[in-house]
Structure formats: structure tokens, C-alpha cells
Design a protein around this ligand. Structure first.
Ligand code: PRP
Ligand code: MN
Ligand code: MG
Length: 188
């Protein structure tokens, strides 16, 4: 019952992730320190959980943290391409600089849906900070808002990756690294 035995190879180690998170947090601190209002960090549940928790501790500004939840899969395992927001923001983001935090950008449809939602809230800018980006899979090209910036931890190959928030069937999120799942796990 060792999760590590389900992993074919490690793509990004705990150490590599930690170093990159430190760099991203430092960059965000520099980019937003002159703003009159500190940014609102919006995590996309559930995948962004670990990345957000580590990232906010490397941002040295009095940020606000909130979560949204997007359902892009119906009962099946294939995306229906029409994400819906199932858990909305608690904080008022009018006039705020929002940084959307994701574990991975794949087709782009989740972020595109969230950006449309945030725009209706009258935000000043929308940035995105994702741990991983899989450009090979992009279908929807989302546009940042205002002076929003795009922060990315690592470009990810088009493999079945899990860990550090990323799941397969809601499992493996608690692995401290990002790895490729053995095909025998998802093919059975
Ligand atoms: C995953 C991932 C991103 C999204 C990326 O979330 O965490 O949020 O898919 O895919 P996209 O760019 O094609 O929209 P998922 O819907 O699996 O929910 P989860 O975070 O709860 O695992
Ligand atoms: Mn997600
Ligand atoms: Mg998922």
C-alpha cells in the first residue's frame, strides 16, 4: 500500500518544487508591493491546495485568501468542456488585484471560466499563478485582465501526472512531489 510504488518516475522533486515556490513568492512580493491594496489570492479547489498553502507563506504582503471550486467533469471521466462554478468567492473582490492559483493549466477551460466570472465582479486585474503548465493540451486561450501577470512554476510534459495537489480519482494529492502515474494504475 505504498503510493510511491504507483509512480513511474518523479518529474519535480519536493526540493525543486520548494525552490520554485520560493522564487514565485518572491516575484509576486516584488510585483505587488507598490499596490495600494494587497492582492487577493484565489485558489482553485481542490488541486491548488498544497501549492497555495506553500506559496502564500513566501509572499510577504498582507494578502487575503479565498477559494473557488469549478466542476468540469460530469459523472464521467471525460471533461464535458463546459465548466461551472460550484463554489463561489466569499470575499468581495471589487477593485482588487486577484491572483488565481492553480496546480495545473491543461486545456485552459477552467481558468477561462473563472476569468469570465471574476470580470463580472469588477476586479482591477487578474493574474494567474500555476505550478504546472501543459501547453501541448491547450484548447482555450484565456486572457489576463488589466495589468495581470502569468506566473508558472514548470512546463509539464503531456504525461499523466499526480502529486502535490494533483489527483487521479481523488487520490495521490498528498504526494510531496509531482510524478508520472504508472499506466497499469489508470488502465485497470
Ligand atoms: C484540474 C486541475 C485544474 C484543471 C485544469 O482540476 O486541478 O483545476 O483540472 O484543467 P483545464 O485547464 O483543462 O481546465 P479538476 O477539475 O480535476 O478538479 P480538482 O482540482 O478537484 O482535481
Ligand atoms: Mn483543479
Ligand atoms: Mg482533478
Amino acid at each position: 500500500m505504498d503510493m510511491n510504488d504507483h509512480i513511474e518516475k518523479i518529474l519535480f522533486t519536493e526540493q525543486q518544487i520548494s525552490e520554485r515556490v520560493f522564487e514565485l513568492g518572491s516575484q509576486i512580493t516584488r510585483d505587488f508591493k507598490a499596490c495600494t491594496v494587497p492582492p487577493v489570492i484565489v485558489g482553485v479547489a481542490t488541486g491548488a491546495l498544497l501549492f497555495l498553502a506553500d506559496l502564500v507563506r513566501k509572499i510577504h504582503l498582507p494578502v487575503t485568501v479565498d477559494f473557488v471550486r469549478v466542476e468540469s467533469y460530469g459523472s464521467g471521466t471525460v471533461s464535458n468542456g463546459q465548466p461551472t462554478i460550484s463554489s463561489k468567492l466569499k470575499v468581495d473582490v471589487r477593485g482588487c488585484h486577484v491572483i488565481l492559483v492553480e496546480d495545473i493549466v491543461d486545456t485552459g477551460s477552467t481558468l477561462s471560466c473563472l476569468i469570465d466570472y471574476l470580470k463580472t465582479k469588477g476586479v482591477s486585474s487578474i493574474s494567474v499563478c500555476t505550478l504546472l503548465d501543459k501547453p501541448a493540451r491547450r484548447k482555450v486561450h484565456f486572457k489576463l485582465v488589466g495589468k495581470g501577470k502569468y506566473y508558472c512554476g514548470f512546463e509539464c510534459p503531456d504525461d499523466f501526472v499526480v502529486g502535490y495537489g494533483l489527483d487521479y480519482g481523488e487520490v495521490y494529492r498528498n504526494l510531496p512531489y509531482v510524478g508520472v502515474l504508472k499506466p497499469e494504475i489508470y488502465e485497470r
